[in-house]
Design a protein around this ligand. Structure first.
Ligand code: UDP
Ligand code: UDP
Length: 456
């Protein structure tokens, strides 16, 4: 991103184009803040129409905390939802933005001072990398999941090219064999990928193909967490000709993300509390919520549980008591805190009272737990989360009970949940490894700042 021919101090002007969902917005904010705090001018491009309240609230907070960041609103064209094979509002929003790509170039071309670099969210690569080619700017991809997931993302178009519905009805039966040391089992694949006509699958293939044309891939991970995957990607062992992977993680949280604190947590002993959350867009069945609640009670540990009843927060109308039941609230009185609001997750994970995290393994959650040195019980619910759970387990940061399957599958019983939580909280090896990775995370964070100051 540096310009060696400039004699005047060179200030890069970087446009960041984000997509939809907190799992994508949050790392975009953090990257924007990192660049803006390290001598770059940043233009942040959003669509004002968001799926969730969490997204619109955080965009407003982000922009008001960073008045030096230029905000550009990108008006998208409406999408006919019957024209695509998915009803997931976040996937539909990605598609809506993708199909409006041709409208972005004129908006960016009018930037003043002129842009020097673009950064495009991974879910928009297929249409925005070509649509902005006329601007002749280096276009980097922001990859918001793990390097292991990036290996699948980059390789999957090759695998799918072999698809022949007549002769090979199940090309996935032996998993995706990427190279001699990496095969992704079929059961780990994001479920929508198993149907090549699914909107998610078509986006995944198109985006995966396109990243090869980008200037580089900024990824929210770090050497100390995913050494091997980063090496394989950068040595051409996954896909030949893949641009450089630039680990920029762990992307540090911005000040505006800080919450007010939880006095309940302040009163708990060190390492005594299990934090339970499944991210911003995963809801569980009431039946599974009941088992989880009872599992927490039988674990014998105190807990802080963020309950989510609906995928999109605007639809989440029932109160916490209605969801978990009055009986549970009574039993949990001295044992835990159950909330149904947006919480400051990094604030919680970095609190000394928290000793373990039951997580769906959304990649941001994994990186945040790594940054805070908190061991995890991985309970993947969908998407890239089994691949991320494998990273957690193989890095020694916690445990994953593979037989629990995806969320919405077989009911996982309270007793088993309680047993695994005890294993998580007791195991000293997880604590030692998590402390070790935390140290590496903090060092990686310093290195990224230095890298940006040198012009990436
Ligand atoms: N998050 C939060 N408070 C909440 C729920 C989520 O701060 O109450 C944040 C969490 O810290 C993470 C992001 O939202 O940064 C969720 O991203 P992740 O990749 O973990 O999961 P997703 O929500 O995309 O499934
Ligand atoms: N994903 C991916 N490549 C794609 C589409 C999605 O790696 O082309 C990942 C994405 O980061 C996401 C998961 O697969 O975590 C499934 O999407 P989801 O809607 O859960 O997004 P999230 O909000 O969790 O990032």
């Amino acid at each position: 991103m540096s310009n060696p021919n400039e004699t005047k101090p060179f200030i890069p002007h970087i446009a960041i184009l984000t997509s939809s969902g907190m799992g994508h917005l949050t790392p975009s904010f953090r990257l924007a803040a990192l660049l803006a705090n390290n001598n770059c001018l940043v233009t942040f491009v959003t669509t004002h129409l968001t799926v969730s309240l969490a997204e619109s609230n955080s965009i407003s907070s982000f922009l008001s905390t960073f008045p030096q960041i230029i905000s550009r609103n990108f008006t998208v064209l409406p999408l006919d939802p019957t024209s695509v094979n998915s009803t997931d509002p976040f996937f539909l929003q990605w598609e809506t933005i993708r199909r409006s790509a041709h409208l972005l170039s004129p908006l960016l071309a009018s930037s003043s001072p002129p842009l020097t670099t673009l950064v495009t969210d991974m879910m928009l690569a297929s249409s925005f990398v070509p649509a902005t080619a006329d601007l002749c700017l280096p276009n980097y991809i922001l990859f918001t999941s793990s390097a292991k997931m990036c290996s699948l993302f980059a390789y999957f178009p090759t695998a799918i090219a072999a698809y022949d519905s007549n002769e090979k009805p199940d090309i996935f039966s032996n998993g995706i064999h990427i190279n001699d040391s990496l095969t992704i089992p079929k059961s780990w694949l994001p479920p929508p990928l198993l149907d090549p006509t699914h909107l998610f699958a078509t986006q995944f293939v198109a985006n995966g193909k396109q990243i090869i044309e980008s200037a580089g891939i900024l990824i929210n991970t770090f050497e100390g967490l995913e050494t091997e995957s980063l090496q394989s990607l950068n040595r051409g062992n996954i896909v030949k000709g893949l641009p450089q992977m630039i680990p920029v993680g762990p992307l540090a949280p911005c000040d505006f993300e800080r919450g007010q604190g939880l006095p309940w947590l302040d009163n708990q002993p060190d390492n005594s509390v299990v934090y339970v959350s499944f991210g911003s867009r995963t809801s569980m069945s009431r039946e599974q919520i009941k088992e989880l609640g009872n599992g927490l009670l039988t674990s014998g540990y105190k807990f802080l549980w963020v309950v989510k009843d609906k995928k999109v927060d605007k639809d989440d109308e029932d109160g916490v008591e209605e969801i978990v039941g009055h009986e549970f609230i009574e039993k949990a009185k001295d044992k835990g805190l159950v909330v149904k609001t947006w919480v400051d997750q990094v604030g919680i994970l970095s609190h000394q009272a928290v000793g373990g995290f039951v997580t769906h393994c959304g990649w941001n959650s994994v990186v945040e737990a790594a940054l805070c040195g908190v061991p995890m019980l991985a309970w993947p619910q969908g998407g890239d989360q089994k691949i991320n759970a494998n990273v957690v387990e193989s890095r020694g940061l916690g445990l994953w009970v593979e037989s629990w399957g995806w969320g919405g599958g077989e009911l996982v019983k309270a007793e088993e949940i309680g047993t695994k939580i005890r294993e998580l909280m007791i195991n000293e090896r997880f604590k030692i490894e998590a402390a070790h990775v935390k140290e590496k995370a903090n060092n990686a964070n310093k290195n990224v700042r230095a890298l940006i100051n040198q012009g990436l």
